[in-house]
Design a protein around this ligand. Structure first.
Ligand code: ADP
Ligand code: MG
Length: 268
């Protein structure tokens, strides 16, 4: 079986500070895996490093459908089939969603008849038909924006889709809708990695595996029951159970600039 994503001993540092400290993760095609962890545990860094943000010094291995991607540039990884949904989707007034996604698909070399078929199908499946002729993300609710992102991913059909906190800032009804959209995106040709801080989205979604990230490592993996345990005991209970001490100088949980600018494509 070829894995959609195979990560081995992945390390990443910025200015000599190690943020990812040896991540191992295997995600087969057709599965939805959730990566959970407290703020600052390195979840977004994992996503940045996989998509090719050049800010990090990276070691280890990450294979997409068997091909090593570390060292490739951002475009190359995306053409190979790695796509990330953004935590804060950008509004593009004047550009219609249908045209936008069609162009993105064309750039990726997809056949246009096939693209139109996929757009119609996915629009139906994700309830986006009425949005195709409207500007991208303009005047959409938080939940609709996230659904739009998932719709776009479904049309582009990556091999691996990374969703970083797609549930953040949503009320519980929107969380449920997004969860249902993620479930509807399931395909034997795609693996989904859903990164989240909160267990609540997992009430509406059945991931194949749940991984817990602490201090830059995946410290525990299990089935959906792991998320339930987390909802009850929190991450401190995981630390206690596994005997992992909290870092000596805990980071204050202040918002970082990067929390607000994850939409901005980084310098290439
Ligand atoms: P999470 O997404 O789990 O909240 P992050 O991956 O955003 O965590 O961050 C993990 C740690 O790495 C934090 O302490 C954060 O401040 C630090 N970090 C992440 N990216 C950078 C960067 N580009 N420069 C400096 N520190 C960073
Ligand atoms: Mg994050």
């Amino acid at each position: 079986m070829t894995l959609a994503l195979q990560i081995e001993n992945l390390k990443a540092s910025v200015d000599g500070t190690e943020i990812l400290r040896g991540v191992d993760l295997q995600v087969p095609f057709g599965e939805i895996h959730v990566v959970m962890g407290p703020n600052g545990s390195g979840k977004s860094t994992l996503s940045h490093v996989l998509t090719g943000n050049p800010e990090y010094r990276v070691e280890g291995s990450a294979k997409l459908a068997g091909t090593e991607i570390l060292g490739m540039d951002v475009d190359e990884r995306s053409r190979l089939g790695l796509l990330q949904a953004f935590q804060y989707p950008t509004e593009i007034p004047g550009v219609k969603l249908g045209d936008f996604v069609r162009e993105a698909a064309e750039e990726r070399g997809l056949d246009l008849d096939e693209v139109d078929k996929r757009i119609a199908e996915a629009a139906e499946r994700f309830g986006m038909t009425d949005f195709l002729d409207r500007s991208v993300n303009d005047d959409l609710s938080g939940g609709e924006k996230k659904r739009s992102e998932i719709f776009q991913l479904a049309v582009l059909g990556p091999k691996v889709a990374i969703l970083d906190e797609i549930d953040s800032g949503l009320d519980i009804d929107a969380v449920r809708q997004v969860a249902e959209a993620v479930e509807a995106m399931r395909s034997p040709d795609m693996a989904v990695i859903m990164i989240t801080h909160y267990a609540r989205i997992l009430r509406y979604l059945s991931p194949d595996r749940v991984h817990v990230m602490l201090d830059g490592r995946i410290v525990e993996s299990g089935g959906p029951e792991l998320a339930e345990q987390l909802e009850q005991g929190g991450y401190e209970a995981v630390r206690a159970r596994l005997g992992i001490e909290a870092p000596k100088t805990p980071e204050p949980e202040l918002p970082k600039a990067s929390d607000f600018f994850t939409d901005t494509p980084f310098d290439r």
